[in-house]
Design a protein around this ligand. Structure first.
Ligand code: NDP
Length: 385
């Protein structure tokens, strides 16, 4: 539509997706919702489509096509089904920006397709960069496509860099809340249950990232994401635990100056900025009050007990397909933990053993990543038996 930004939300039924719909719905004169997609949550997808009136809706699970199509045909909304449709649906001239809010490896192909179609990317799906950061960022550069980070830490770094893009970064600090098990010993972690792991102290998120936060894998994935987004070396990326989640991350420049971005933990802000950059639209989001936080505290992460953070650094050192294997193993391990098939500490064990057993490929192509993902999933499942 003339003058408005055409938006596709891949994964509209998730935590990021539903918040993105709130953001887009608040500015009907700025955004034109073109596409929404889901995996299996047909009921929510249908109600979102009726309320927000996109042109196209995709349900990844093909068995749910009839249900969604029957519900939406009288609303004049085109309905498609299947993983290929999710991947291809953004390649239409009405879409300007694609918000990748799907979870996991499933985000890789749709993100690459959108980049090849020249769309701006608002990137929530960090797994895409973890799995195949090298080819994703290279293709984005070749196409002149910008990747706007949605992850709050990376959105913070990005905001600190605005006006500074020509100034080299000495170092960045990604902040971590520490999750629900901050301060727990190895012995205490032996007994934790998924219900405890699913209770994040500061953020209300989808199940997979919530477990990743509890195991510190999320911070590990974010370190790898930051390497690719901001072209950094691993030794330029540090992690500091900041339990209040007010400072969302920091950049240290070569003159020693540090810039931080702060605010209350609310994903709507980074989602919105990724869609409106370089502008900031007025919001009624709750404002930060210093007197509610008389102390902001910092501590070192416990890398011995929470092994996943160091595994991410090892994956970067190993390069090639190592991070792809780590990601696949972690998806398998987290899914098994959510089904009570493995213990909390098994997740890091599965990650480590899978990453160390994968057939190493130094310079993977896209097809190599697909094969490595499949091989790592096989290896990880063997470790669960
Ligand atoms: P959710 O699990 O809440 O939502 C995932 C979305 O992806 C849903 O719409 C889901 O559909 C869809 N989906 C899942 N699997 C597939 C698949 N195989 N094919 C197509 N669609 C699929 O996740 P979140 O919103 O929490 O996270 C999304 C991404 O954003 C993740 O990469 C996460 O790391 C990142 N992120 C999330 C944050 C948060 O606050 N939640 C913060 C920072 C980053 P359905 O509902 O039908 O299952």
């Amino acid at each position: 539509m003339e003058g408005k930004k055409g938006i596709a939300i891949l994964g509209s039924t998730g935590s990021i997706g539903t918040q993105a719909l709130e953001v887009i719905g608040a500015y009907p004169d700025k955004f034109d919702l073109q596409v929404i997609t889901a995996n299996r949550n047909a009921d929510l997808l249908i109600s979102q489509a009726i309320k927000h009136k996109p042109n196209i809706v995709v349900i990844a699970d093909e068995s749910l096509y009839k249900k969604v199509n029957d519900a939406l045909w009288e609303h004049d909304i085109n309905v498609y089904a299947g993983a290929d449709s999710v991947a291809q649906v953004t390649d239409t001239k009405e879409v300007d920006t694609v918000l990748t809010a799907l979870v996991g490896y499933a985000g890789l192909k749709p993100t690459l397709t959108a980049i090849r179609a020249g769309k701006s990317i608002a990137l929530a799906n960090k797994e895409t960069l973890v799995v195949a950061g090298e080819i994703v960022t290279q293709e984005a550069r070749e196409k002149g496509v910008n990747l706007y980070p949605v992850d709050s830490e990376h959105a913070a770094i990005f905001q600190c860099l605005v006006g500074e893009f020509h100034n080299p970064i000495e170092k960045i600090y990604l902040t971590a809340s520490g999750g629900p098990f901050r301060g727990f010993t190895h012995e205490q972690l032996l007994k934790v249950k998924k219900e405890q792991a699913l209770k994040h102290p500061n953020w209300d998120m989808g199940a997979k990232i919530t477990i990743d936060s509890a195991t510190m894998m999320n911070k590990g994935l974010e370190v790898i994401e930051a390497k690719w987004l901001f072209s950094l070396k691993p030794e330029q990326i540090d992690v500091i635990v900041h339990p209040q989640s007010i400072i969302h991350s920091l950049v240290q420049f070569e003159d020693g100056s540090m810039k931080a971005q702060m605010g209350l933990p609310d994903m709507k802000l980074p989602i919105q900025y990724a869609l409106t950059y370089p502008d900031r639209y007025k919001t009624d989001f709750e404002r930060f009050n210093f007197m509610d936080y008389p102390e902001l505290t910092f501590e070192q992460p416990d890398r011995e007990t929470f092994k996943n953070l160091n595994l991410a650094y090892s994956a970067m050192e190993m390069g090639g397909n190592a991070a792809c294997a780590l990601n696949a193993a972690n998806e398998v391990g987290v899914a098994a933990f959510l089904k009570d098939e493995v213990s909390f500490l098994d997740i890091a064990r599965i990650n480590e053993e899978t990453m160390n057993s994968i057939t190493s490929i130094a310079k993977p192509t896209y097809d190599d990543y697909v094969a490595s993902d499949a091989e790592a999933r096989r290896l990880a499942k063997e470790l669960i038996k």
